[in-house]
Design a protein around this ligand. Structure first.
Ligand SMILES: C[S@@+](CC[C@H](N)C(=O)[O-])C[C@H]1O[C@@H](n2cnc3c(N)ncnc32)[C@H](O)[C@@H]1O
Length: 291
């Protein structure tokens, strides 16, 4: 006997779920991504003993259960990521950007921020690149901050554990064997790598984790689903924490053009962005403040 397919969620239930996601994260769940809602929420419904999306929405409204809300938000976020995603960006980082920062930063401090880091592949990819040239960074203080609103993604990132499928996406076999250890069916980043990265659950709209200025900021494939006002406020935040000589990378489909006056196309690194100052005096002031 063929069992009947579950009834599709009511419009009201869908609105409650997308409303919660947007209010918490700024992410707008567009029509073309709404199809995945039900699949994404199935484990949450199972954990909380709820029959369908309508029951889930009703409980969200009636119970005001923070644990349920967090589970729903975590499940609806798009955490797609991979090691060395957009390889040309990492090639440029390794060949040009990191050497330039090493040549020009007299304070011998390198601060990197992976904003919207998901399960950590981006931050681990940079850590691997830095480790490969560690002899050149002797006497440097290197800090890598990696933040994401998803508590589940940050927990996984911090654990350093990745499935066989995850490591096959972008990680060269040599890097896998050098920087990861097999643990059961998974691979775990070794202590040396994990200790380089400070993973923090943090919302870009109520940020607590970033402090001071960063030399390299990656905020890739995060802004895509924000509305224009939200995007602007993230750019304000990134500008606030960007060293005057910082290099900013966005995702391939993202740009600052027409969205922020604080950044401009980087004069040297194609596809990257640099701080833009309204006047020469402004730039000089910013540099003076850095010391
Ligand atoms: C598609 S992933 C991109 C991951 C990584 N940057 C990359 O390019 O591979 C987008 C990440 O942004 C995070 N995110 C969405 N809204 C956020 C917010 N308001 N604050 C912090 N992170 C957020 C999501 O949880 C998700 O992990």
């Amino acid at each position: 006997m063929v069992s009947a397919a579950p009834a599709p969620p009511s419009q009201g239930a869908t609105r409650i779920l997308t409303g919660l996601l947007e209010a918490r994260t700024g992410q707008v769940l567009s029509e073309n991504r709404a199809w995945r809602t039900e699949t994404a929420l199935r484990p949450v419904m199972r954990t909380h003993g709820l029959a369908d999306i309508d029951a889930l929405a009703a409980k969200l409204v009636s119970a005001r259960d923070p644990r349920l809300e967090e589970d729903v938000v975590n499940a609806l976020l798009n955490n797609e990521s991979s090691f060395f995603r957009d390889l040309q960006v990492f090639d440029m980082l390794y060949r040009d950007v990191l050497p330039q920062l090493r040549d020009t930063k007299r304070d011998r401090v390198l601060r990197v921020w992976s904003a919207g880091c998901s399960t950590g592949q981006e931050a681990y990819s940079i850590a691997i690149q830095l480790r490969k040239t560690m002899a050149l960074w002797r006497d440097w203080r290197i800090e890598i901050l990696a933040t994401d609103i998803s508590t589940a993604a940050i927990d996984q990132a911090r654990s350093g554990a990745f499935s066989q499928i995850d490591v096959q996406r972008g990680l060269a076999i040599g890097d896998l064997l050098k920087w990861f250890e097999p643990v059961g069916d998974d691979w775990k980043a070794n202590d040396e790598l994990r200790q380089m990265i400070d993973f923090r659950a943090d919302n870009l709209f109520t940020p607590k984790a970033p402090t001071g200025l960063y030399d390299l900021i990656l905020c890739r494939n995060v802004l895509l689903y924000f509305n224009a006002d939200r995007r602007k406020s993230v750019f304000d935040l990134l500008a606030h924490h960007a060293h005057p000589q910082a290099v900013l990378f966005l995702g391939a489909g993202e740009t600052v053009i027409g969205q922020s006056d604080d950044f401009q196309a980087h004069p040297t690194f194609r596809g990257a962005y640099a701080r833009r100052f309204a006047s020469v005096a402004g730039a000089a002031g910013a540099l003076r403040n850095v010391g």
